[in-house]
Design a protein around this ligand. Structure first.
Ligand SMILES: Cc1cc2nc3c(=O)[nH]c(=O)nc-3n(C[C@H](O)[C@H](O)[C@H](O)COP(=O)(O)OP(=O)(O)OC[C@H]3O[C@@H](n4cnc5c(N)ncnc54)[C@H](O)[C@@H]3O)c2cc1C
Length: 449
C-alpha cells in the first residue's frame, strides 16, 4: 500500500504541518513499551512508519486526514507512546500521526474539563488543581502519557480505587473525533456514545478533544506500610479499599522481593518485608494510622503532599511502573494482568501465590468495580517460554481469574475477549477504507467471515 507513495509530494500536500522523516526518529516514534512482552518483542521489533506527521490543531488533523484518504495511507495514532501492547506500532508502515502538539486545556468548570487529545495528564492536573479539581484517575505514566492515549489505550490506575475504570459510565463525558471518510468530518460523541471510541486503540477515529469529569482535588500524602506476611498485607489492602470514610487514591501491595527493585525507596523497605504503597488524603491520615495500628503493621515512610511533589512520586513504583523497575534490575521479567473475582477473603489470590511462588511474584492493585473493591494483579513472571506463559494464563482462567492478556496487540484478545460490534460498526462508518491502525481490530479483520 505504501511502497508507491511519494513522500515528498505527500509532505508538500501537508504545507506547513510538521513531518519527520529522519530514520532514527521514525524508529523511535513507531514504538511503545511493547518490549515488556517477549512475545510482542518478536512480532513487532521491525515495524516502522514511513513518516511521522505532527499537527497542532484540529484543522490540521482534518487536512492530514484528507491527504491520507486521498492516497489510501495507513494512519496509526500516537500520544506519548507509553502503551504496553504495541497499540501505537504501525503494522503496515505508512503514517504515524503524533497528536502531542494538540495540548491545550480549553476550559475548566467545577467538575469538568475540556482538553485537547495530546495534553499530558500531569499538565492537565496542574491547570485543574488551580481551581480545586483534579483528574479522577491516571496511569502511573502520569507525567508523560496523553489524555487521548489514555482513553485510546489505557484502562485505569491511580484513582480507580474510588472512581473505577475509564470505561465506567461517567468517567468520560464527550469526545470530538475526526473521521477518515472521503470528506473527513468532525463528529461529537456524547453520553454512552463515547464507548464507540473508548479503548479502541485509535482504530475508529482520531480523538481531537475530550470533556473529562474531574474529582475534588486533595492534598495526597504518600505512605509505605510494611508487613511480615503477604496475605496480611493483601487483606489490609482490601480493608483500606472498603473503608469508605478514608479518602485514598492508591492501594498497591507488593510481595517481597519486589520492593528490593525500588532503588530510591530502599531505606523504607526492610529486607524480607512485603509493602503497601499508598496515597491517602491528608485529612484522612489520622484515622488511616489507626487502621494501620489495628492491623499491627508498621509505617516506614510518610510524605505530606507538599513534599511528595518533589522527587519521584510513589505512584511511579506502582501499576506497570512496578514492571518497569523490576525489568531494569532483571530483564528476564515479564508480567500478567489479572482481575480476581470479587472476594474480600482473597482466596484465589492466596491460591495463586502458593501455586506459582517465585515464578510469578504477586503485585496487587486494588480498584473499584460496580461499587465493590477488587484485587487486580500485575504479577511479575520469570519468563522461560511462551508455552509456559500460556500455561500460567490458562491456569488462572481455569480457576476463575480474568486475564487481560498483555502479550497480544489485537484489541479484542487483550482485555475484552469479545468483538464490540458498536466499535466495529462505527469504524465502518468513519473509516470505510480501514486505514486507521490496520491489523489491530479483530472484529474488522473478520467482518466478512
Ligand atoms: C511503565 C508503564 C506504566 C503504565 N501504567 C498504566 C496504568 O497505571 N494504567 C493504564 O491504564 N495504563 C498504564 N500503562 C499503559 C499506558 O501508559 C497508558 O495506557 C497511557 O495512558 C497511554 O498514553 P499514551 O499517550 O502514551 O498513548 P499511546 O501509547 O501513544 O497510545 C495508546 C493507544 O491510543 C491510541 N491513541 C493515541 N492517541 C489517540 C487519539 N488522539 N485518538 C484515538 N486514539 C489514540 C494509539 O493509537 C494507541 O492505540 C503503563 C505503561 C507503562 C510503560
Amino acid at each position: 500500500m505504501t511502497t508507491a507513495t511519494n513522500w515528498d509530494t505527500f509532505s508538500t500536500a501537508l504545507g506547513d504541518i510538521e513531518v519527520i522523516r529522519d530514520r532514527n526518529q521514525l524508529e523511535k516514534l513507531s514504538k511503545d513499551y511493547y518490549h515488556f512482552s517477549p512475545v510482542l518483542q518478536k512480532q513487532l521489533a521491525d515495524k516502522v512508519a514511513d513518516i511521522v506527521v505532527r499537527p497542532q490543531s484540529e484543522a490540521e488533523v482534518l487536512q492530514v486526514a484528507q491527504v491520507c484518504v486521498e492516497r489510501q495511507l495507513p494512519v496509526t495514532l500516537r500520544g506519548a507512546g507509553t502503551g504496553n501492547y504495541g497499540q501505537c506500532i504501525p503494522l503496515a508502515g505508512g503514517v504515524v500521526l503524533d497528536l502531542s502538539r494538540l495540548n491545550q486545556v480549553k476550559w475548566v468548570k467545577p467538575g469538568m474539563a475540556c482538553v485537547e487529545a495530546g495534553a499530558k495528564l500531569a499538565a492537565i492536573d496542574k491547570v485543574t488543581r488551580a481551581s480545586g479539581w483534579e483528574l479522577r484517575m491516571y496511569p502511573s505514566t502520569y507525567r508523560t502519557a496523553t489524555i487521548g492515549g489514555f482513553i485510546g489505550g489505557g484502562s485505569g490506575g491511580i484513582g480507580s480505587i474510588t472512581y473505577g475504570q475509564l470505561r465506567d459510565r461517567g468517567n468520560l463525558n464527550a469526545v470530538r473525533v475526526v473521521t477518515l471518510e472521503d470528506q473527513p468530518r468532525v463528529l461529537t460523541l456524547r453520553g454512552d456514545d463515547v464507548q464507540k471510541v473508548l479503548h479502541a486503540y485509535g482504530t475508529n477515529g482520531i480523538i481531537t478533544e475530550l470533556e473529562i469529569p474531574l474529582g475534588p482535588a486533595y492534598a495526597w500524602a504518600e505512605v509505605i506500610v510494611v508487613f511480615d506476611d503477604f496475605m496480611h498485607a493483601a487483606r489490609f489492602g482490601q480493608a483500606l479499599g472498603e473503608a469508605d470514610g478514608l479518602v485514598k487514591k492508591l492501594i498497591s501491595i507488593q510481595a517481597w522481593p519486589i520492593p528490593s527493585y525500588f532503588q530510591s525507596l530502599k531505606p523504607y523497605l526492610p529486607t524480607g518485608k512485603h509493602a503497601a504503597l499508598l496515597m491517602v488524603a491528608e485529612p484522612s491520615l489520622e484515622l488511616f494510622e489507626a487502621l494501620v495500628k489495628a492491623w499491627g503493621a508498621e509505617i516506614t515512610y510518610r510524605k505530606l503532599a507538599a513534599e511528595a511533589g518533589k522527587g519521584t512520586a510513589i505512584a511511579e513504583f506502582t501499576w506497570n511502573h512496578t514492571t518497569l523497575h523490576a525489568r531494569s534490575v532483571d530483564p528476564g521479567f515479564t508480567y500478567l494482568q489479572t482481575l480476581f473475582p470479587y472476594d474480600p477473603e482473597l482466596t484465589l489470590v492466596e491460591h495463586m501465590l502458593n501455586q506459582f511462588g517465585d515464578e510469578a511474584l504477586m503485585h496487587l492493585e486494588f480498584f473499584r468495580v460496580e461499587g465493590k473493591v477488587i484485587a487486580a494483579a500485575l504479577q511479575l513472571v520469570r519468563y522461560t517460554s511462551e508455552a509456559r506463559l500460556n500455561e500460567i494464563i490458562r491456569y488462572h482462567e481455569a480457576k476463575g481469574a480474568f486475564i487481560a492478556n498483555p502479550h497480544t496487540y489485537i484489541l479484542e484478545d487483550g482485555g475484552r475477549k469479545t468483538v464490540d460490534l458498536d466499535q466495529v460498526n462505527f469504524k465502518a462508518e468513519v473509516d470505510p477504507y480501514g486505514l486507521l491502525n490496520p491489523g489491530k481490530m479483530r472484529g474488522w479483520l473478520e467482518r466478512f467471515n
